[in-house]
Design a protein around this ligand. Structure first.
Ligand SMILES: [Zn+2]
Ligand SMILES: [Zn+2]
Ligand SMILES: [Zn+2]
Length: 152
C-alpha cells in the first residue's frame, strides 16, 4: 500500500497527516484553508503583500506587548514563552543538523564515485580514463572544452 492510499484509508489529511480530512476531501479543514491562502498568495501578489504586512504587524504588536510570537502566552524568553523558546531552539538545531548531514553526504559523493570509476555527475559507469560517462562527455564537449576544465 502506498503512503497516499494509507492516508486515504485512514481518512487522514494528506498535508498535515494528523487531522481527519474533510468529507470528500484529501485535506483537513485547516489545511484546505491554508492551501487556499497559499494559492491566493501565489497568484495574487497584492494579496501576498497585504498578508505579509499583516503578519509583520501582528509580530510587531506581539513583540511590543511582550507576548510569545508563536502561541500568544506571556513572553518570558526573548520573543517566546518558555516552551516555545525550547521548541524553536530544538527546531533550529534539527534543521541545521539536517543541513549539515546533507552537505556532508553531498561532499562524499564525488569521492565515492571517483573511487569506483563512476561518472562524477550522474554515477553511471565512466569512460575509462575519464571521470564522466559517455553522455556527460558529450554534454561537456558541446559546452566547449573550456567549460570542461572549469567544471573539473
Ligand atoms: Zn491537515
Ligand atoms: Zn509560546
Ligand atoms: Zn554521467
Amino acid at each position: 500500500m502506498t503512503d497516499y492510499e494509507w492516508l486515504t484509508q485512514m481518512g487522514l489529511c494528506h498535508r498535515c497527516r494528523k487531522k481527519k480530512s474533510a468529507p470528500d476531501k484529501k485535506f483537513c479543514f485547516d489545511c484546505v484553508e491554508k492551501i487556499r491562502e497559499e494559492n491566493r498568495m501565489r497568484y495574487d501578489p497584492e494579496y501576498a503583500k497585504a498578508y505579509r504586512s499583516k503578519r509583520r504587524e501582528l509580530y510587531e504588536e506581539k513583540k511590543k506587548k511582550g507576548i510569545c510570537i508563536r502561541c500568544s502566552k506571556k513572553a518570558t524568553h526573548g520573543m517566546y514563552c518558555y516552551e516555545c523558546s525550547i521548541k524553536t531552539k530544538r527546531q533550529r538545531q534539527k534543521r541545521s543538523e539536517k543541513e549539515k548531514a546533507i552537505r556532508h553526504e553531498k561532499g562524499l559523493i564525488p569521492d565515492e564515485r571517483k573511487r569506483r570509476g563512476l561518472c562524477l555527475w550522474c554515477g553511471k559507469a565512466a569512460v575509462p580514463g575519464l571521470q564522466c560517462c559517455e553522455k556527460h562527455r558529450e554534454i561537456f564537449r558541446e559546452a566547449g572544452k573550456k567549460n570542461v576544465q572549469k567544471v573539473r
